[in-house]
Design a protein around this ligand. Structure first.
Ligand SMILES: *[C@@H]1O[C@H](CO)[C@@H](O)[C@H](O)[C@H]1NC(C)=O
Ligand SMILES: *[C@@H]1O[C@H](CO)[C@@H](O)[C@H](O)[C@H]1NC(C)=O
Ligand SMILES: *[C@@H]1O[C@H](CO)[C@@H](O)[C@H](O)[C@H]1NC(C)=O
Ligand SMILES: *[C@@H]1O[C@H](CO)[C@@H](O)[C@H](O)[C@H]1NC(C)=O
Ligand SMILES: *[C@@H]1O[C@H](CO)[C@@H](O)[C@H](O)[C@H]1NC(C)=O
Ligand SMILES: *[C@@H]1O[C@H](CO)[C@@H](O)[C@H](O)[C@H]1NC(C)=O
Length: 547
């Protein structure tokens, strides 16, 4: 897009902001960027925030020497490695948010294009990858300061490359699909002999020439079933009985939305009212049109899709409602923000996912406000100056910032003679709610302390302060699960809006009485970041454990 068009666009959104009284402060600044680290040594292909406020980041192991050494002179000797048989560099790191520092980790087998999720005990379980890593399950225990990866060699029954994981109400993970895997399995297994279960939907949505259904978008519905979107359509699936319960209509236009036509998707915020969630909606945005992958291989870079489809998944007669984004995007990441807005960040406006197939980075994030009138939902944010193409990532931090890294790594980490050089930097995008202009109305949680445990349905009293005049009708309490992000999809991403009764208990001090989620269907057990939101401005979060 030419810069004059951008100026016109942003003035249009500025106009919208003045015309929309709901979010006066939030939209004024349109976000800001900061470079946290010029290099973290590796390319951030996969990211997971842990409840210790550390982010586990990993790349792939068979790409030659990275820019960071393994600790204590360690080396990895791997005859299967494509680039280096003996490699003394790290391909995974732990990023400490508070100290903005890095610790190299040692991963032994190839984690390239793998998947994962945080377990209820706060450990990261990550599955599959490529080559010698495709059957491996890796555990990152978060309960020590010097923890490192532990690998379970044949943890998976099938090889899983480009699969999607989700945490289940029983605390296990489901691992769905992967290249040429039209089935799913669980981790851990219910019994040691547990095998895989077939999923014909992945055959039906697989175009054998372009496997346009990899990294399917998977969400846990509040009835305990899974919503699975692959290529251009979705099913509601009972994974226990191996039964398709509902087939959703094809997304209008029929364009593919999954890898390599990579769009993204989120489960929109789930509002719990008197122990029930009435509306469950999924939003799918961007991607690349049919044929784009083959075209990109032949040097033609099709324009990305600019449409989003939104569907109420429990509607007896579900229909996709289409919306148009101000910027088209392939390989965007969709993240739920603490105030219930959706951030769309990273990616390109031409081409597809896959090694050198993206063109024209989209540097401006978008914010989508699900509850606004249709014409005022999107807001263009300030641009970064670093392209984040294929293999870029983004995760929400507890302080409300979004950590952004990665982009198109190259064999041998080449930094020159390539269109989008290997990108080792780590940035943070601060959504407009972090602008200091809002500090007077920003809530600050005083109690309970971080890491407090709550039982399902338990009353939670949160004490917080607000410096300026508070409007107690504009308070909400939200809870977000920390997602596993790779390839433009955040596995296990979930935001709950809890009920609230707020009262003043002293000067600038308030208490909100809310209720922990009622069931494991609505909120699987484990760690969440909890926020108090006032006039659309979220507090810093605290970690809570629901069990
Ligand atoms: C690699 O790391 C060194 C220091 O550790 C740094 O000076 C150099 O710029 C890094 N290279 C890249 C391409 O980031
Ligand atoms: C993590 O380490 C702790 C302490 O060593 C141990 O009790 C726990 O079982 C470990 N968790 C996993 C998932 O290995
Ligand atoms: C990107 O897509 C647009 C829309 O199809 C097209 O006009 C433009 O030429 C493409 N750019 C590149 C670099 O291929
Ligand atoms: C990438 O780096 C390798 C090893 O240094 C070198 O042999 C190769 O020519 C480089 N490729 C490009 C495109 O520069
Ligand atoms: C929070 O409470 C206020 C005041 O009772 C109410 O208007 C609002 O709908 C509640 N918000 C949520 C998310 O339940
Ligand atoms: C919170 O609300 C519940 C239900 O309205 C009530 O039973 C409980 O006593 C309240 N707790 C506090 C501390 O106000």
């Amino acid at each position: 897009m030419a810069s004059h068009q951008l100026v016109i666009l942003s003035s249009f959104f500025l106009y919208l902001f003045f015309a929309t009284p709901l979010y006066p402060r939030a939209t004024a600044a349109s976000g800001s960027w900061s470079l946290l680290q010029p290099t973290i040594g590796i390319s951030a292909m996969h990211m997971q925030l842990l409840p210790t406020d550390r982010v586990i980041i990993f790349d792939r192991t068979d790409f030659g020497a990275s820019n960071i050494s393994l600790p204590n002179g360690k080396c990895r000797e791997d005859p299967n490695d494509y680039a280096l048989k003996k490699d003394c560099t790290a391909h995974s790191i732990e990023y400490n948010v508070a100290s903005n520092s890095i610790r190299p980790l040692m991963v032994l087998t190839d984690v390239w294009c793998s998947s994962g999720a945080l377990m209820p005990d706060g450990s990261l379980v990550q599955t599959g990858g490529f080559n010698d890593g495709d059957h491996v399950v890796r555990v990152f225990n978060n309960s020590c300061n010097d923890c490192d990866w532990e690998e379970i060699e044949s943890g998976l029954v099938q090889r899983r490359w480009y699969a999607t994981n989700h945490i289940l109400p029983d605390g296990r993970q489901i691992v769905i699909g992967g290249r040429r895997q039209f089935n799913y399995e669980f981790y851990p297994k219910a019994v040691a002999s547990e095998k895989t279960y077939s999923l014909p939907f992945l055959v039906q949505t697989n175009d054998p020439n372009v496997e346009n259904n990899l990294y399917p978008f998977v969400f846990l519905n509040t009835d305990g079933n899974l919503f699975i979107f692959a290529n251009n359509r979705a099913i509601l699936f009972n994974y226990v009985r191996n039964q398709v319960l509902k087939t959703y209509p094809e997304i209008p236009g029929g364009e593919p939305r999954n890898y390599p036509s990579t769009g993204s998707a989120v489960l929109l915020p789930l509002r719990v009212v008197q122990g029930k969630v009435v509306v469950v909606e999924v939003l799918v945005c961007g991607g690349a049109p049919k044929g784009a992958f083959v075209n990109a291989q032949n040097g033609k870079f099709d324009g990305a899709l600019n449409s989003c489809g939104r569907v109420n998944i429990n509607d007896p007669n579900p229909k996709w409602i289409m919306e148009i984004m101000p910027l088209a995007r392939v390989m965007g990441d969709m993240l739920l923000l603490p105030n219930g807005d959706v951030l769309i960040i990273n990616g390109a406006s031409n081409g597809t996912a896959g090694w050198e197939y993206g063109r024209n980075p989209v540097l401006n994030p978008l914010i989508y406000r699900p509850n606004n009138p249709t014409s005022t939902r999107f807001d263009v944010q300030k641009p970064s100056n670093i392209p984040r193409m294929y293999h870029s990532t983004a995760v929400l931090l507890r302080d409300g910032r979004v950590l952004v890294g990665g982009s198109n790594p190259h064999v041998y980490y080449n930094f020159s003679n390539v269109l989008f050089p290997t990108e080792l930097s780590l940035e943070a995008f601060s959504p407009p709610y972090l602008d200091p202009i809002s500090s007077g109305i920003r809530p600050k949680i005083v109690s309970p302390p971080t890491q407090t445990k709550f039982k399902y349905g338990e009353h939670i009293v949160i004490r917080f302060t607000i410096q300026n005049q508070a409007d107690l009708n504009l308070i909400s309490v939200t809870m977000i699960s920390p997602a596993f992000n790779t390839h433009s999809f955040s596995m296990n991403q979930r935001l709950l809006v809890l009920d609230n009764v707020t009262k003043s208990v002293g000067k600038f001090t308030y208490e909100v009485n809310t209720t922990a989620p009622p069931t494991t269907y609505i909120a699987p057990m484990g760690y969440y970041m909890l926020f108090v939101v006032h006039q659309n401005i979220p507090s810093e979060g605290i970690w809570v454990v629901i069990h």
